[in-house]
Design a protein around this ligand. Structure first.
Ligand SMILES: *Cc1c(COP(=O)(O)O)cnc(C)c1O
Length: 382
């Protein structure tokens, strides 16, 4: 099925082959193609069992160390986001950190395969089953990734979401929700049959609103960096809903997505080649450690360094950027935006130390070499 400009419709001819392949590989029961991973996640929230005695809002446990999109989408769908802390070595949530956030209102858990890394999700998946919570996997940064046991990422959740938008692994535009549970697949078909498209934003307004959101988010994160005791959740909470229109988007170009799909193995190989070079040039040779989860999963979204000293992050990233290289450290521990009571100290520490280096087709192997030289040069200069 697809969400297009004119509403929901059967999957277009162009995407049938891709859909069949994805369903077979992940033992999926239904696919919803749409404009964003955010839209897929919105539908996942609508599908997950959100009934709560007493009419309390259902709670979705999600990572504090990721972009704010999943939490914003949860709120849009009527859920309360709860933030789980991360494993200090990977930035990803763990069964223990999820358990700490459990309440009788917990109805779903979102596991994000961060930067292309994966994890053994069997314990989390059993825990979710025992506690009546739906496990959703976010594969936006991990298209094509393998779990430690060799199965594809996405095979343990009841649902998985994908993004094919710029900066992700395939960049043809679009997103998807994959449903692996037969009952949820029936519910999806029912919901779509009754779905009437609300007025969607046109591309120009969407771009302006997205830019305004980014500025707001970055300003508040910068303020928090300067004044750690400053509360930013109240002003953010007042403005947040103004951006709700960003998250629901139709799939514009099914043919472009279908055309990009067969390129995936070659794209992943080129990314791994750059990641291996970064690792060779940077491992144990600077004031950092490298994240090497991409080796096991086979997918490197960004090659990531964890600086030992958080105080050096901003100056070092700025210096390498001045030399002309892409360096990002976009994420800011999310509970400070949404729910300060869910403080996640490990995620806060991780966010202040992570440096993401680019491995996409905008970078050549030579760029990687020069970027490593720049990093090492500025790291030596104190
Ligand atoms: C980019 C991203 C999203 C959102 O993807 P869109 O297609 O832009 O909605 C969600 N989750 C993660 C982990 C992402 O990296």
């Amino acid at each position: 099925m697809i969400l297009s400009d004119t509403g929901s419709a059967p999957t277009p001819e162009a995407l049938l082959g891709v859909e069949e392949q994805l369903l077979a590989e992940l033992d999926g029961k239904a696919c919803l193609w749409c404009g964003r991973a955010a839209t897929g996640l919105y539908w996942a929230c609508l599908l997950a069992d959100c009934r709560n005695p007493g009419g309390d809002r259902p709670e979705l446990i999600l990572p504090a160390m990721v972009c704010a999109t999943p939490a914003n989408v949860a709120l849009l769908a009527g859920w309360a986001p709860r933030f789980a802390d991360c494993d200090p070595a990977t930035g990803m949530i763990t069964l223990d950190s999820v358990r700490e956030r459990w309440t009788p209102r917990t109805r779903a858990v979102l596991f994000v395969h961060l930067y292309g890394q994966t994890a053994d999700l069997e314990p989390l998946s059993s825990w979710c089953r025992e506690h009546g919570a739906t496990l959703i996997e976010d594969n936006a940064q991990a298209l094509g990734a393998r779990l430690p046991d060799g199965r594809p990422a996405g095979t343990l959740g009841a649902m998985a979401v994908y993004s094919f938008n710029p900066t992700k692994i395939l960049q043809s535009g679009g997103g998807a929700l994959l449903v692996r549970d037969q009952e949820l697949a029936w519910r999806l078909r029912g919901l779509l049959a009754r779905h009437h498209p609300s007025a969607l934003l046109d591309a120009g307004r969407r771009a302006q609103l997205a830019s305004s959101y980014r500025n707001l988010h970055h300003s508040l994160a910068a303020l928090k960096r300067l004044l750690p005791s400053q509360d930013i959740s109240v002003p953010f909470g007042r403005l947040r809903a103004a951006y709700d229109g960003l998250y629901l988007a139709p799939l514009k170009d099914a043919a472009a997505l279908a055309a990009a799909w067969p390129e995936l193995p070659a794209i992943l190989e080129r990314r791994r080649e750059k990641a291996a070079l970064y690792e060779q040039l940077l491992a144990d040779d600077g004031p950092w450690s490298v994240l090497s989860g991409w080796r096991k999963s086979g997918v490197c979204w960004r090659f990531s360094l964890l600086l030992r000293d958080p105080e050096r992050l901003v100056a070092l990233s700025d210096a390498v950027r001045q030399d002309g290289f892409h360096v990002s450290n976009l994420y800011w521990e999310l509970s400070s935006f949404f729910r300060p009571r869910d403080a996640c100290p490990e995620s806060d520490r991780f966010a202040r130390r992570i440096v993401n280096l680019w491995v996409d087709d905008s970078q050549t192997l030579n760029d990687v070499r020069r970027c490593c030289e720049s990093l090492k040069h500025h790291a030596q200069r104190r």
